[in-house]
Design a protein around this ligand. Structure first.
Ligand SMILES: NC(=O)c1ccc[n+]([C@@H]2O[C@H](COP(=O)([O-])OP(=O)(O)OC[C@H]3O[C@@H](n4cnc5c(N)ncnc54)[C@H](OP(=O)(O)O)[C@@H]3O)[C@@H](O)[C@H]2O)c1
Length: 326
């Protein structure tokens, strides 16, 4: 497993991290058996994946509780990241979405962050969080200045309840504002071969500032594993059905591209998902790749992606083909 430092925090994490959104078992991904989830988390730790990402919003606390149960007795072997700023249960904040009957709101006020940290610590059964990430940034009508959000995060850091600060789903301007108020170790953002928006601004900014860019949904929620075939019909209501790349005509072109990479898989002794993870990790010195898996068998297939280093000419050749997709 390749390890990289998270920002300048001194935290060394596996370049491949485990995402536990689907483990929350909410309506976005459907019900999930907790024992299967726990086996997936244990498989990750056994294979050297030490960074596990969760959030209170994943299943309204359920993902955090399952992660907490899985890491009991193993806390010192795990780098835990969780999030703050999406709340439910009262009316303070800007409405974000309604899921499983709960109105989830954006609220990055100092009060909400301090209360959220305590709740996450309880859910996870730990007395510290390694990386605490603001999940979605403030939006009207309930706006919190980043200076207030940062005041809460810096207080938690001073108290030893969190080790490093992360920011998710932010613009360059917002990250720069966070940096004016304190230190940021990680920016978590959507980044895959098929969605390279971060390359326009956030990735160069992170590189300049020594911040880790953590790429979420690098497998485009399963599409880039090559396993979602041409004839696969997504279940009714599946969130992926709205994504452009899942439409049959685009899916066909992507699958053809992936099939053309089989010789590369042979060269690197890996499968397509591993190749995609390794390509994503190769886009910067401090990139971390966050893959979601609910099943141990997927983790056991995926960990190799965190071991492979691609040669520069293969990285460039793959980029050429990706850019040709349009
Ligand atoms: N900050 C944010 O707003 C935000 C947003 C989205 C995601 N995230 C984080 O990033 C993580 C990853 O993103 P993601 O879950 O959206 O997408 P992803 O990692 O691109 O894809 C996850 C999907 O790929 C499937 N998969 C994984 N390995 C596979 C394999 N070897 N063979 C076949 N299928 C495989 C998973 O199936 P199984 O689940 O069945 O194993 C799951 O359906 C999340 O879990 C979450 O922690 C953060």
């Amino acid at each position: 497993m390749i390890f990289r430092e998270i920002g300048n925090s001194g935290i060394r994490a596996s370049v491949l991290a485990l995402g536990t959104w689907a483990i929350g078992g909410d309506a976005a991904w459907g019900k999930q058996d907790d024992d299967i989830s726990i086996r997936a988390i244990h498989a990750a730790l056994e294979k050297g994946i030490n960074l596990v990402d969760t959030a209170p919003a994943y299943g309204l606390g359920h993902s955090e509780r399952v992660v907490g149960k899985a890491i009991r007795g193993k806390r010192d072997r795990v780098i835990l990241s969780t999030k703050c700023g999406l709340v439910w249960g009262d009316n303070e904040g800007s409405q974000f979405l309604v899921r499983d009957g709960a109105v989830i709101r954006r609220n990055l006020s100092k009060k909400a962050i301090l209360a959220g940290a305590e709740e996450s610590l309880r859910n996870l059964g730990t007395d510290y969080i390694d990386i605490f990430i603001t999940h979605w940034q403030s939006a009207p009508p309930f706006i919190t200045p980043i200076s207030e959000t940062m005041e809460a995060l810096l207080q938690l850091k001073k108290e030893g309840k969190i080790r490093a600060i992360g920011v998710a789903n932010a613009t360059c301007e917002q990250v720069e504002e966070y940096l004016r108020c304190g230190d940021v170790a990680l920016v978590q953002q959507k980044y895959s071969m098929l969605d390279r928006n971060v390359e326009e601004g956030l990735l160069p900014l992170c590189e300049e500032k020594g911040i880790t860019l953590q790429a979420y949904s690098p497998l485009e929620q399963g599409l880039l594993t090559g396993r979602i075939g041409r004839d696969y019909v997504l279940p009714e209501g599946d969130i992926r059905s709205k994504t452009r790349w899942y439409q049959p005509q685009h899916r066909n072109r992507i699958l053809s591209m992936l099939e053309g990479w089989e010789p590369l898989c042979k060269k690197y002794h890996c499968n397509l998902s591993n190749l995609v993870v390794a390509w994503t990790a190769a886009q910067g010195q401090k990139i971390n790749v966050l893959v979601g898996s609910r099943k141990a068998e997927h983790v056991l297939e995926n960990f190799r992606g965190g071991e492979v280093t691609l040669e520069r000419e293969d990285v460039l050749r793959m980029r050429g083909e990706i850019e040709n997709l349009g």
